[in-house]
Design a protein. Structure first.
Length: 177
């Protein structure tokens, strides 16, 4: 069974607004390493549209490894409003739990999910196996915030940490079962 891994950039006060982060080469390398541990990416509509509009054009214009890596990755998009997707993607419809459980049952190294709303729903269903929080040394005083509205506590176990040149720390946790 493929594990479902979640990674998100977050400030010290819990803000998940990607515009508030300070990217550096270490962070990009960490994300590339994460993507290489996955057979496919799982996005909600908002994250898919944001990533596709930014990274897809860069992949064809540059030799940037991150842009090329995300461009080449297989993608699944959970959406009830999109009619179609491209960028090496296919739509996931119907019962979220059943659909993601079926993707996890396929052979391979893993699935990688990003975003805010979809991971909240997946956490509620107990489908995320690993959580990576990339904590940036910044306090911004606004949201969106991580896991707002989660109905149950999730107990995690730290399995690794990576310190980045910007001062951000990527901490990877497994769900205690």
């Amino acid at each position: 069974m493929r594990p479902l891994r979640y990674s998100i950039n977050v400030t010290l006060d819990g803000c998940c607004d990607h515009r508030e982060m300070s990217p550096d080469p270490d962070l990009f390398q960490n994300t590339i390493d994460n993507l290489k541990r996955a057979d496919a990416l799982l996005f909600g509509r908002v994250t898919y549209e944001m990533m596709e509009s930014y990274w897809r054009p860069l992949a064809s214009e540059s030799t940037e490894v991150f842009a090329q890596t995300i461009d080449a990755a297989k993608k699944y998009v959970v959406s009830s409003t999109l009619e179609r997707v491209d960028w090496n993607a296919e739509l996931v419809r119907g019962d979220l739990g059943k659909a993601v459980e079926a993707l996890k049952q396929e052979p391979g190294n893993g699935l990688f999910v990003g975003g805010v709303k979809l991971p909240l729903a997946l956490a509620e269903l107990g489908l995320i196996d690993e959580y990576e929080l990339v904590v940036h040394p910044r306090i911004v005083g606004h949201g969106p915030t991580l896991f707002a509205g989660l109905s149950k506590r999730l107990d995690l176990r730290l399995v690794s940490r990576v310190e980045c040149g910007s001062g951000a720390v990527a901490m990877r946790y497994e769900l205690k079962r």
